[in-house]
Design a protein around this ligand. Structure first.
Ligand code: GLY
Ligand code: MN
Length: 354
């Protein structure tokens, strides 16, 4: 990855690149923890952190000199500036979408190089996955699918959303997830119309939809899936909304392949509801890239210009959300191939009545 970054730096006549986004730090240096920065240069590479992480960084980050910023300056920005000035750098890029006002002000005050704001340089590399990253995401999705299978027996009248969320996290970890499974949208009944509702003390009632949007990490690589089930017998309206949602997802998946545009995919996703009363209840962002972070490029939706590439890994998650009634989302995660996709989420999608 360093090689790719150095070639972009050469193209843009940069002799330094300050990386502050932790997922980009991980991608470039292989570091697996928190609170760290990189200064990549045409000469040498610095890994900057504090004493909590220096030993780990020395083990993990080959090709980087590990620096404790507290000994290199009075602040992180001063430490970065001192290192850049020590190498006599002339032109240093920084991640314009990930720097605090204080760090930017401190850096620009002390650094002798020109500061060049850039976005999406490493994110572009990250959006096209290597075989190893793809395999990690396959495993991550399979862990989440096994946790889904296990949680079904715990979803019962009288159990709270929070209890289900806690068990789902436990099942993911016990099935092999990294220690911090991401997110726990577990909502029920009318609350399922909340796109990103968080679990509450509400207890499951007979006839409730239960929507679970969850995922985990495997070697840092994330999964993200959603399934919506019914407790008891589904009503006719629940069946109708569920069937339409299933169709929306399938129609979108059917057009996903390398070269497909976000517009094509969005248009496919709304075909099933365009002439129905449910059209007004869909949400027009329908999927996102995923990897070391849960929401990455490419983003798909009505207003996105994104085009899919082979070896993107993305979610697809159209939904129908009816305020004060409820909602349904089904979310899969797919690997984009030349001619289509490989669905990494294999959990059933037909309506489950518990
Ligand atoms: N699965 C919900 C989201 O990606 O926002
Ligand atoms: Mn998602």
């Amino acid at each position: 990855m360093l090689k790719k970054l150095l070639s972009v730096m050469e193209e843009k006549s940069l002799d330094g690149f300050f990386i502050s986004k932790i997922h980009n730090v991980r991608y470039v240096s292989k570091y697996t923890s928190d609170d760290a920065y990189l200064l990549v240069t045409t000469n040498k590479n610095y890994f900057i952190t504090d004493p909590r992480y220096t030993e780990q960084a020395q083990d993990e980050c080959k090709g980087f000199e590990v620096v404790n910023w507290r000994t290199a300056g009075k602040s992180i920005s001063e430490a970065i500036a001192n290192l850049a000035n020590g190498l006599n750098l002339k032109s240093v890029a920084f991640e314009a979408d990930n720097i605090t006002f204080l760090n930017y002000s401190g850096l620009s005050e002390k650094i002798e190089a020109n500061l060049i704001p850039l976005t999406n340089v490493i994110e572009d590399f990250r959006s096209v996955k290597t075989p190893e990253e793809i395999q990690n995401q396959r495993v991550s999705c399979q862990i989440a699918c096994r946790a889904f299978e296990r949680i079904l027996k715990d979803i019962k009248v009288g159990v709270s959303e929070k209890e289900i969320a806690a068990k789902l996290s436990y099942y993911m970890v016990s099935e092999g997830s990294d220690s911090k499974p991401y997110g726990d949208i577990v909502i029920s009944g009318k609350r399922t119309s909340l796109l990103h509702g968080i679990p509450s003390d509400k207890k499951i009632e007979e006839g409730d939809f239960v929507l679970m949007d969850f995922g985990c990490g495997y070697k840092g690589y994330l999964s993200d899936m959603t399934r919506t089930v019914v407790v008891g017998k589904a009503s006719d309206k629940q069946k109708e909304v569920y069937r339409l949602e299933q169709q929306m997802l399938q129609d979108a998946l059917d057009v996903m392949k390398a070269g497909a545009t976000s517009k094509d995919i969005y248009e496919a996703s709304i075909k099933a509801i365009k002439d129905t009363e449910y059209y007004e209840y869909h949400y027009n962002n329908i999927g996102h890239g995923i990897g070391l972070f849960v929401h990455e490029i490419p983003f798909m939706g009505a207003n996105s210009q994104a085009v899919l590439f082979e070896n993107n890994v993305t979610t697809m998650e159209p939904g129908i959300y009816i305020p004060n009634w409820g909602g349904v989302r089904i979310e899969d995660q797919v690997l984009i191939t030349k001619d289509g996709y490989e669905n990494l989420v294999t959990a059933p999608k037909e309506l489950i009545e518990l």
